[in-house]
Design a protein around this ligand. Structure first.
Ligand SMILES: Cc1cc2nc3c(=O)[nH]c(=O)nc-3n(C[C@H](O)[C@H](O)[C@H](O)COP(=O)(O)OP(=O)(O)OC[C@H]3O[C@@H](n4cnc5c(N)ncnc54)[C@H](O)[C@@H]3O)c2cc1C
Length: 387
């Protein structure tokens, strides 16, 4: 089911949010034989404000879950190189095929989220779109034991569940309703404007840095390249005051890159999208009858393009904990997530500060690269437990 009402009033797990975190978690739990309902207020296969670059650990997850073929079948191009442009200096890195992964991918959200939803349904999960979480239901002892939902026809119904998972993004309603506090926050945020361009000639990721500005080119589906322009949050509204198009091109020119010229001669195939920025956080991500996954539980600035990869890793960790079901297992989930993410979070925050010169940002990228190597190794070790 992709729209309409749930077929039952009782599930093992209800997941609020059915994008990369929620749909992946639904798929993994259904594969373990649990009765799962995932709901989303959005539509099946819809887009969202996000660029698309997956890092190796994310691609490893998709591959071992058997869903990478669906991403490839949608025509998502394989990425075999990443180039860092530090002013006029270019550092090019080849992406070596490893662990059944031939390269990186940057699928549109209309592709990756849909492929994961389809896989969740194939595994036996129900997915109800255009369905809102209205409230949580609690037992006499305060434990969360279900949800009140409202569908597209304004019909409300109550559904009970052993576990309610919030995969409902940065402004998670589940987190608000359970009062999940943040125990660690970042200090910096970046604003970003992006759009899609055809015939750019890019076939790898390209990241551009100049003091105070950054940009990137990410080849994605249908021959388009997602090109973004990033500034410190404090400059974001000033940039937009010029108008999205003028502000965007201004930042690309400031990057001193060939990107502005490429955009000049390419065809824009979609409207501009913008994100004003959000400071990163770690939230308490489990409690009696509830848990959080993806951006709902842990968010970091998108400048290092890692949120989808994080969501896919967290889905695996949470599914393992939920299958065990003990408080210790959920505590282990949060602690494993935080251990994997802590250094990455700090380095991302430092990059998002824009308080760097070119040698410093290169040093930060080397630290990030070390973290990603460790992360890939950890994720490969997840193979120890069945997907
Ligand atoms: C501008 C930008 C660029 C980015 N670029 C990258 C990138 O290149 N690479 C990368 O890895 N990451 C990137 N990210 C981060 C990435 O988009 C997020 O980390 C990722 O979307 C998190 O997925 P999620 O499933 O946790 O949450 P989301 O994608 O936010 O999905 C949450 C879902 O919950 C649903 N929902 C919310 N509330 C309710 C409710 N009350 N009832 C029902 N449904 C509800 C929403 O409809 C939504 O579909 C970027 C983010 C931004 C903002």
């Amino acid at each position: 089911m992709t729209t309409g009402s749930p077929s039952s009033l009782d599930y093992d797990v209800v997941i609020v949010g059915a994008r990369c975190a929620g749909a992946a978690t639904a798929m993994l739990l259904a594969r373990r034989g649990l009765r799962v309902l995932a709901i989303d207020r959005g539509r099946y296969g819809s887009d969202t404000v996000s660029t698309h670059a997956l890092m190796r650990a994310g691609v490893v997850q998709l591959s071992r879950w058997g869903v990478l073929d669906g991403i490839r079948a949608a025509g998502t191009p394989v990425i075999r190189s990443t180039s860092f442009h530090y002013g006029d200096e270019i550092v090019a890195v080849q992406i070596k095929p490893r662990n059944d992964v031939d390269g990186l991918y940057a699928p549109r959200r209309t592709v990756i989220d849909r492929v994961l939803v389809d896989a969740a349904q194939t595994a036996g999960a129900e997915v109800a779109f255009e369905t809102h979480l209205v409230d949580l239901v609690r037992a006499d002892d305060g434990r969360v034991c279900g949800v009140r939902l409202r569908d597209g026809r304004e019909r409300e119904r109550q559904v009970s569940a052993e576990l309610v998972i919030g995969a409902d993004g940065v402004r998670s309603t589940v987190a608000r309703l359970v009062g999940a506090g943040c125990y660690r926050t970042g200090r910096h945020a970046t604003g970003v404007i992006f759009s899609y361009w055809s015939d750019t000639g890019f076939d790898g990721y390209h990241w551009y840095y100049r003091p105070g500005v950054s940009a990137g080119a990410i080849p994605t589906n249908e021959g388009a390249t997602c090109i973004f322009a990033s500034v410190p949050q404090i400059r974001f509204h000033e940039t937009l005051r010029r108008g999205a198009d003028a502000g965007y091109r201004h930042v690309l020119r400031e990057c001193g890159s060939d990107l502005a010229a490429i955009v000049e001669r390419s065809k824009q195939v979609e409207k501009y999208r913008a994100f004003a920025g959000e400071v990163g956080f770690f939230r308490q991500s489990f409690g009696p009858g509830w848990a959080l996954v993806g951006d709902a539980g842990y968010f970091k600035d998108p400048l290092t393009a890692h949120g989808i990869t994080d969501a896919l890793i967290d889905a695996e960790l949470l599914a393992q904990a939920a299958a065990t079901g003990t408080e210790a297992a959920f505590a282990g989930y949060q602690s494993a997530r935080d251990t994997l993410a802590a250094e990455h979070f700090e380095v991302t925050d430092a990059i998002a500060s824009f308080e760097w010169d070119l040698p410093k940002v290169q040093q930060l990228h080397r630290a990030l690269s070390e973290e990603m190597k460790k992360e890939s190794l950890e994720v490969t070790n997840f193979v120890l437990s069945p997907a």
